[in-house]
Design a protein around this ligand. Structure first.
Ligand SMILES: [Zn+2]
Length: 349
């Protein structure tokens, strides 16, 4: 083999109550001096302002910039600010969208990126991939892994529970995405990384097993979810792509984003997609429903807020949203009728 497999991982990951307080020490330890905090108006009050105080106390310069969109123009503005301010680290403090903007801006400005999520809504908190609008594709693009992740379970615990439930849906979806990957390996000879696949699969089963602790809003539950989300990010870094964490169920979600934008959260859509794709794979789809129900995540089109027609359309079109990614949908080839039957059998419509 003369092909080099390069793996970039976060250097420091802190998960637990109050870990935000360590932000200054972490930056000092990493030899960072000038930071730009990327945050939203609301998340500034939740953790952005506190981050600034902590950094300044540690003698680290900390500018703040507010973002409210995850599009290329916003990324470009932040990149400029980072370059003009002679910044060495972009600190993303906020939800999924803010983290994505911070991650890609850091990549484009050649600075380090520190991830401080205020919600646990999806697995982008520790990954090297960013979802940005205006890229002409609904899925994510490559950036760098965060050099540090500070996932403070106290902050996550205070965020609206719906985001947490959505994060669980995103993690549970790995039960399907890893099977899609294995299927592609078998059918097309695509590279399959056993280690990355196992890590993603383990995250999914741990969240399933700890569903009740998460629903009870217990520290142990939050910790399991956060560690699972970080592990999924690591699995993608090891694989060098989103393959272990994004299969047919994600393609269903991406299709919904196109035909019914903004209706439900990413992880909520992935959760419902997982039920139906698990059925196609011959997996225990009822167990997926049960876990999602315990967690309090949507399991039906109605709970997602989409009509029967839209849901079926998304199922039929999902295969074409990412034609280069081989999944169960290439094998089954759903027609309108068979898609409808599948969604009915799973109780989704
Ligand atoms: Zn996802």
């Amino acid at each position: 083999m003369n092909e080099v497999h390069r793996i970039d991982l976060p250097r420091i990951v802190l998960v637990g109550r109050g870990v935000l307080e360590s932000l200054g020490e972490i930056c000092t330890e990493l030899g960072l001096h000038r930071s730009l905090i990327v945050t939203g108006r609301k998340t500034y009050d939740i953790a952005g302002e506190r981050s600034q105080v902590i950094l300044e106390k540690a003698g680290i310069h900390a500018d703040v910039t507010y973002v409210n969109k995850a599009d290329l123009a916003t990324v470009e503005n932040v990149r400029k600010e980072a370059v003009e301010g002679n910044i060495d680290t972009v600190v993303g403090v906020g939800g999924g969208r803010t983290i994505d903007v911070a991650k890609l801006s850091a990549f484009k400005s050649g600075t380090f990126f520190i991830s401080v999520p205020t919600t646990a809504s999806h697995d982008g908190i520790a990954s090297s991939l960013a979802s940005i609008k205006g890229l002409n594709k609904p899925y994510s693009m490559k950036a760098n892994s965060p050099i540090a992740v500070l996932a403070d379970s106290r902050i996550i615990g205070e965020s609206p529970y719906r985001f947490t439930a959505s994060g669980c849906g995103d993690v549970l979806s790995k039960a399907v995405s890893v099977r899609d990957w294995r299927l592609a390996h078998k059918e097309t000879g695509e590279y399959y990384g056993e280690y990355a696949g196992s890590l993603a699969l383990m995250s999914s089963s741990l969240v399933m097993r700890n569903a009740r602790l998460i629903d009870k809003r217990l520290e142990e539950g939050y910790r399991t979810l956060l560690e699972a989300l970080v592990s999924c990010g690591v699995a993608m870094s090891i694989a060098g792509s989103s393959r272990p964490c994004s299969g047919s169920e994600h393609m269903f979600s991406h299709t919904l984003d196109m035909i019914a934008p903004g209706v439900a959260l990413h992880g909520e859509q992935c959760g419902v997609g997982t039920i139906m794709m698990a059925n196609l794979h011959g997996l225990d789809w009822q167990a997926i429903i049960k876990s999602l129900q315990v967690i309090g995540a949507p399991t039906t089109a109605q709970e997602l807020g989409v009509s029967r027609d839209i849901l079926v359309e998304a199922l039929v079109k999902a295969r074409d949203i990412r034609p280069e990614r081989y999944t169960i949908l290439n094998k089954v080839n759903l027609s309108r009728k068979s898609a409808e039957a599948l969604a009915e059998e799973c109780g989704v419509i």
